[in-house]
Design a protein around this ligand. Structure first.
Ligand SMILES: [Zn+2]
Ligand SMILES: [Zn+2]
Length: 108
C-alpha cells in the first residue's frame, strides 16, 4: 500500500516511475501524466543524441535503439521489402485457392 505522489490516492499496487522513482496510482503512472521531472531531464539528454533512443509504446518507457539500426531505412528499401512480403502472401493465397478449387472439382 502506498500513496500516489501526485493525487494522494491510496494504491494497493503502486507504479514506480522509471524516470523519477516516485510512486503513482494507475491514472498517474505514465510520465506524461504526472509532469515527470525525471522524464524532462531524460528528454533534454535525449535531444542531444536523438538517434540513440526510440520510444517503446508497449512498455511505456524509452529504450536504447538496437545497434545497427540508428537511422531509419530509406523508403526505397522499405518499399521493396513490403513488395516482397506481399508477393509471398499472394503466392500462398493462390496455392490455397487452387487447392480449394481442385478439391471442389473432385481432383483431390
Ligand atoms: Zn494519482
Ligand atoms: Zn516520473
Amino acid at each position: 500500500m502506498a500513496l500516489c505522489s501526485l493525487c494522494g490516492k491510496k494504491e494497493v499496487m503502486p507504479f514506480t516511475c522509471k524516470f523519477c522513482g516516485n510512486k503513482y496510482c494507475a491514472d498517474h503512472r505514465l510520465p506524461e501524466n504526472h509532469e515527470c521531472l525525471g522524464l524532462q531531464k531524460f528528454k533534454e539528454q535525449r535531444s542531444k543524441e536523438p538517434e540513440k533512443w526510440i520510444y517503446d509504446p508497449f512498455h511505456t518507457k524509452y529504450k536504447e535503439a538496437p545497434v545497427g539500426r540508428k537511422t531509419p531505412k530509406p523508403w526505397a528499401e522499405r518499399l521493396s521489402e513490403a513488395l516482397k512480403t506481399k508477393a509471398l502472401l499472394y503466392a500462398v493465397l493462390g496455392i490455397i485457392l487452387l487447392a480449394i478449387v481442385l478439391g471442389a472439382l473432385g481432383f483431390l
